[in-house]
Design a protein around this ligand. Structure first.
Ligand SMILES: [Fe+2]
Length: 246
């Protein structure tokens, strides 16, 4: 597990290669809310695609203003995943599935990946496996303070976004077993493109919308703030919207 690191954490999800949104939300937290953010954690669908990364970080020479880490979603380039993580390690850090970290409030469990939906939406390498679940079930109950995942447990009551309803009921059944076993204090997820809150047993669940609609601030003292803030996006080709992206 990485060493503890204090300060406010900004959680954001579903970047979909709109990398500029991260600094826009950090600036909103600082300038509008007066909150000094220490780091950014992306809850998947960062948009780890070589051409997009190259254009933003190499051709245009852009850099994030803070350390940024991400768990994998389903919209990443899984054919070149390890190579891209290594090539862009100077700008973003990958938190592997099943890894533990400490961002100042106790152990965090990272669970990137998603439930299988269809061949396009769930490329090989992103699907959460039974082996992934089993590794979590071997952890000591009560030993995890916070879980961050891309998809959610089936128990949270999330309803599919209208654009994603054709992909079946939301959530990963195995993650519900992990939740029942570990009983973390907090569980944050993305993927479903909408705010969602639920308290089930000992756990508070917070689902995040797409990155340009808002973010969460988490203090080491346990304070959680859900922040709605729209970031303007340049238009993308119509075919992006046909396949459920914006
Ligand atoms: Fe996703």
């Amino acid at each position: 597990m990485s060493p503890p690191d204090a300060g406010v954490t900004l959680l954001v999800s579903d970047i979909h290669s709109r990398y500029h949104v991260i600094d826009a939300q950090v600036a909103h937290a600082r300038e509008t809310l007066g909150r000094a953010v220490a780091r950014v954690l992306v809850l998947g669908d960062f948009g780890l695609f070589g051409p997009n990364l190259h254009d933003f970080f190499r051709r245009d020479g852009r850099r994030f203003t803070l350390p940024v880490s991400f768990i994998e979603g389903n919209h990443e380039d899984f054919r070149s995943f390890d190579a891209l993580v290594e090539e862009y390690a100077d700008v973003v850090t990958h938190l592997p599935r099943g890894s533990l970290h400490d961002f100042g409030s106790g152990p965090w469990l990272c669970m990137g990946g998603a439930r299988y939906m269809d061949a396009w939406s769930t490329p090989s390498g992103c699907e959460i496996s039974e082996d992934d679940i089993d590794r979590c079930l071997e952890m000591e109950p009560g030993s995890i303070d916070i879980v961050i995942s891309h998809d959610c447990p089936t128990c949270t009551g999330v309803v599919s976004h209208p654009e994603l309803g054709h992909l079946g009921p939301p959530g990963v059944e195995g993650l519900t077993r992990v939740a029942d076993h570990l009983r973390p204090r907090l569980w944050f997820f993305g993927h479903h493109h909408r705010w969602h809150e639920a308290i089930i047993g000992d756990t508070r669940y917070v689902g995040l919308p797409q990155s340009w609609q808002g973010y969460v601030l988490l203090d080491t003292d346990g304070r959680v703030d859900l922040v709605e803030n729209e970031v303007t996006l340049p238009r993308r080709p119509r075919w992006w919207r046909w396949i459920g992206l914006r």
